[in-house]
Ligand binder design. Sequence first.
Ligand SMILES: Nc1ncnc2c1ncn2[C@@H]1O[C@H](COP(=O)(O)OP(=O)(O)OP(=O)(O)O)[C@@H](O)[C@H]1O
Ligand SMILES: [Mg+2]
Length: 461
Amino acid sequence: MNYIENLTTPQIKKIHSGKVRESFRIDPNTRMIVATDRVSAFDQVLKTPIPGKGAVLNGIASFWFEKTRDIIDNHLIEVIDPNISLVREATPIRIEMIVRAYLTGSMWRNYSKGKREFSGIKVGDNLKKHRRFPELLLTPTTKEESDREISPKEIIDQGWVDADIYEQMESISLQLFKRAEEYLEKRNLILVDTKYEFGLVDDKLVLIDEIHTPDSSRFWMADNYNKDPENAIQMDKEVVRAYLLQNKVNDHYRDELPQEIVHEAATRYNQIFEMITGEAPSFDISNVKNRIYQNLVRRELMKEGYVVIVMGSSADVEHCEKMKKVVEKYDIFSEMRVMSAHKNGEDIIANMAEYDNSVEPGAVIAVAGLSNGLGGALGANLSLPVINCPPFKDQTDIMVNVNSSLMMPSKTPAATVVKPESAALVALRSLNVQRLRDTFRKEVQEVKSKLREDDKKIRGM
Ligand SMILES: Nc1ncnc2c1ncn2[C@@H]1O[C@H](COP(=O)(O)OP(=O)(O)OP(=O)(O)O)[C@@H](O)[C@H]1O
Ligand SMILES: [Mg+2]
């Protein structure tokens, strides 16, 4: 697939899923931010992703983070994949610093209805749509369930942040904006407005989130603006918005885009990347999920695959531990879960979704005796290899327990392996990971050599 809509893995904890980006916890000081290819318009996330968009956004943000480090330190540690950045964890200040150079967007809509005060700032009566303000305007909002305008005085009085820090935020926001304007002027681009987010790391102010990306900013093309300011078009999402506006169904926006609009939008994102950074994007998007998987493994942020051991009851934990030990010996991620097909079967699909959609290869071992519904439920509902390994107390008990695993209904693929160590090995082999295949081939050879040695010894040779 040439896009990523969702990064899912049982190996790294997802801590936040926004409209477009997903945040993961690497360690208490490090967060991983994944810019997906999701696109939102009119406050809804569309079902159709835009290939390359996430990489463009992540690339533009890192470009600006580097270009502005002399103004303020920022959270970026490293870009580890075109769509992914590792950043320093900050204590976020729950205020969005919105800087505006032109009257447009929601501010224009409210202004045209008569509103004159924005985040505590009074504006004049004769302003026109899309006209530049005499000087840059700062209209902070809170980051809450629903954002609201807030004046600098309220920000300080209500304790959102200390006065001295707020003053720094103001001055830095304006400096950042001016830096971008100066730079973009030569590139036929107008930075119309944007928002900055700040946080504290060791009591020091740092810039967090993203900077000067099409998702946090509005850009116009200067020549397009100069020709007809009132109708200047927003560079990135305009095609998407125009399509949705013109194709409403029963007065509702559609939530899907046709391929030609997707293609057009992708081209626009690439164009904006090139206009900002001066280089055409060269991300390999031929198989994005696989590229991400490779990069996460290379950075040792995940193992090459996982085996999840699902038991019907925690009474079987000892049996499961045996398998987990084998899996971990091969440096593959393993975890145990408790779910009963009969008793809380409704949870299985929800709980297993993150495994089923994972970027890395995985396998499931189902541990349930007596009447094994678990392996069947997993086999019938997932795309992963499922191996039954029923628990047993002794050789007679095996017979009772294994039987209910052997016969599965149609389209319910679940294999059955009796010995827990073997079940783990079958699961590992099913991952089809090259490193493991090399290891297993070597192990097979070792067994053969050992047998030949033993044969020689026994014959006294
Ligand atoms: N370095 C950081 N340390 C701590 N929090 C951060 C850092 N960088 C960004 N954040 C926070 O992570 C969250 C990123 O969320 P994201 O932008 O994906 O979604 P959102 O802001 O909740 O919603 P939306 O999709 O509407 O933007 C924000 O709350 C942002 O303040
Ligand atoms: Mg956000």
